[in-house]
Design a protein around this ligand. Structure first.
Ligand code: ADP
Length: 559
């Protein structure tokens, strides 16, 4: 009996041994747990394992055999993770294989007249190979799982960051920094500008000196837009690139000159992946992940993670661009309002002045018709002035320049004066004041009057069929409160907060029933805020609304 007989037997019967191992495995797993789709593939692996055992079944070949099973174990580990097998499925496979080998050797009578020494050596060698294989599979499995976990964690963290900010340049920088050192030794983000020029918006490495060095380098390097690989290629094709193993030959091919080759070699690339950032179906940039000093290698699973990250980053960039576009439009609108209201103020004031002069003159000469027309004209000019004043206020609030002239004032009297003036503008409604505060309040009387004017004017405007508007005054220890109640159209709850926003109207601007700009409540809200108070509404559609504000008697004591 010698090694060569066992060797020969294993080589010739690899398939039947494998079948015996599978039979035992199936029996133990109760059939249903074995994944049929991978049968043939893993059967082939088992056959190869037996053949390789036979090949190295000699003490002299032990080192070579162990080396083979180490790398074979790594390969099997990676494949089985990708195939989604469990660690038990794979490791059990090797245990049943070992059992089947011994069972078959026994059945074939090969163990009968073997010397104890030979038996011991054979058993040692087969045991070592199978154990090496099993432990390497388990180790790789563990490593791969760790990697998937860290990829998933990275993706989750990155997604949170991406959705938390609209400043995408800073966000991309944060993401590049998050990638290092977790999943890359280097991470760079490049973006195309509107002119099609490429900009490095982020570079990350754990050593700040290396970042400074890379930035210098990027400044010096000219981008070859026609390159058939790398960022320019990814931008042109919109396809990712994965280089699991960077070889020196590859560096030689990429380098434009000796200098550059030296540089590339000094970085010590081991693996690279580049994924495109896409907006409106067009590549707008790329994220590059580089492994160097840690000597890691990217695989397909890493690439899928990187692509997923790029998709999420692309959405964030798109959102940020849309947001910026809308902010720019708002700025243009605000500037227009500010300029237009300033420009309108002077001519309207002078037209108003001339109207009054003309009216006086017409009264003096007894031209009644002219007086009546000029009175109407004056009323319309008042409306126009109020509108311009409101628009100016909006601009001032936006610029943080709304002025207040604060002093102690008679709260009730200020409100009564506003109501008296407003009563003259409506024939249909009775404006009823209920209660009193008797308070002297610290603040800007004119601005508080402006708020009451706005709330009561709205109450009149939005209750065309009602007859009364009630203005209730009340006071507690620290605050005075005004409730303006109407019996008009009311509004649904969903609008309660929004109506205090700039330009928000329950009815859209095409609806001519209730004309307006949607800025009165916004200004009122700001005035009340500046008096340390609050403004709110309670309303029922079809029944009416009550707008209330409450301000401290002396705001200085609350701040
Ligand atoms: P405007 O009245 O010029 O549209 P406001 O800022 O004063 O602007 O009001 C914002 C919106 O709130 C109005 O368009 C209207 O839809 C709603 N609103 C305000 N006051 C009332 C009210 N008393 N009853 C019903 N809706 C109101």
């Amino acid at each position: 009996m010698s090694y060569s007989t066992i060797k020969q037997y294993l080589t010739n019967h690899a398939d039947s041994i494998q079948k015996e191992a599978t039979r035992q495995h199936k029996k133990n797993l109760k059939e249903k747990n074995l994944r049929v789709e991978f049968f043939v593939k893993y059967q082939k692996h088992h056959i190869q394992t037996i053949e390789e055992i036979a090949k190295y079944l000699n003490e002299k070949h032990l080192t070579k055999g162990v080396a083979f099973f180490t790398s074979y174990g790594e390969k099997l580990g990676k494949e089985s993770v990708q195939d989604g097998l469990t660690i038990e499925e794979v490791i059990d496979g090797t245990i049943y294989l070992k059992q089947a080998i011994w069972q078959k050797l026994k059945q074939a009578g090969l163990l009968e007249d073997i010397s104890l020494e030979d038996f011991y050596t054979t058993s040692q060698i087969i045991g070592t190979y199978i154990d090496t294989l099993a432990s390497k599979i388990a180790f790789t499995f563990h490593k791969q799982r760790q990697r998937i976990e860290s990829n998933l964690n990275f993706l989750a963290d990155a997604s949170k960051i991406l959705s938390s900010s609209l400043d995408y340049q800073t966000t991309l920088n944060t993401i590049a920094n998050l990638a290092v050192p977790e999943i890359a030794d280097w991470c760079t983000v490049d973006l195309l500008d509107t002119k099609g020029d490429l900009h490095h918006v982020a570079v990350a490495h754990k050593d700040p000196k290396r970042i400074a060095w890379a930035r210098e380098l990027q400044k010096k390097q000219r981008i070859n837009h026609d390159a058939t690989s790398g960022v320019p290629n990814v931008l042109r094709t919109g396809e990712s690139e994965l280089y699991p193993h960077i070889t020196d030959d590859m560096l030689v091919t990429i380098a434009k000159n000796h200098e550059e080759l030296k540089l590339l070699r000094s970085i010590g690339f081991t693996s690279v992946m580049i994924v495109p950032l896409v907006s409106k179906k067009k590549p707008i940039g790329a994220i590059t992940f580089v492994n160097a000093e840690t000597k890691r290698n990217y695989n397909q699973a890493d690439l899928r993670m990187a692509e997923e990250l790029a998709t999420r980053a692309s959405v964030a960039i798109e959102n940020a661009q849309l947001y910026k576009g809308s902010q720019d439009a708002i700025t243009v609108r605000d500037e227009f309002i500010s300029v237009a209201s300033h420009e309108l103020k002077t001519p309207v004031t002078s037209v108003k002045m001339f109207t009054q002069v003309l009216k006086k003159h017409s009264q003096q000469i007894g031209d009644k018709k002219a007086v009546s027309h000029l009175t109407k004209m004056d009323k319309q000019l008042n409306k126009l002035t109020e509108l311009i004043y409101d628009l100016l206020n909006v601009s001032k609030i936006q610029a943080g320049k709304m002025e207040f002239e604060n002093k102690m004032f008679d709260f009730d009297k200020t409100i009564q004066e506003v109501i008296v003036v407003l009563q003259q503008t409506t024939e249909k409604h009775m404006l009823i004041i209920e209660g009193e505060t008797g308070a002297k309040v610290y603040g800007d009387a004119e601005r508080i009057g402006q708020v009451v004017n706005n709330l009561v004017s709205n109450a009149i405007k939005y209750s065309p069929k009602a007859e009364n508007v009630i203005i209730k005054l009340s006071k507690n220890k620290k605050n005075v409160q005004v409730d303006v109640q109407d019996f008009g159209i009311g509004m649904a709850k969903e609008h309660f907060k929004k109506i205090f926003e700039r330009f928000y109207r329950v009815y859209d601007s095409n609806d001519k029933t209730f004309p307006g700009l949607g800025i009165g409540l916004y200004i009122s809200g700001e005035i009340i805020k500046r008096h340390c108070g609050k403004l709110w509404v309670k309303s029922t559609p079809g029944k009416g609304s009550t707008f209330s504000f409450s301000i401290p008697i002396d705001c200085r004591q609350t701040t």
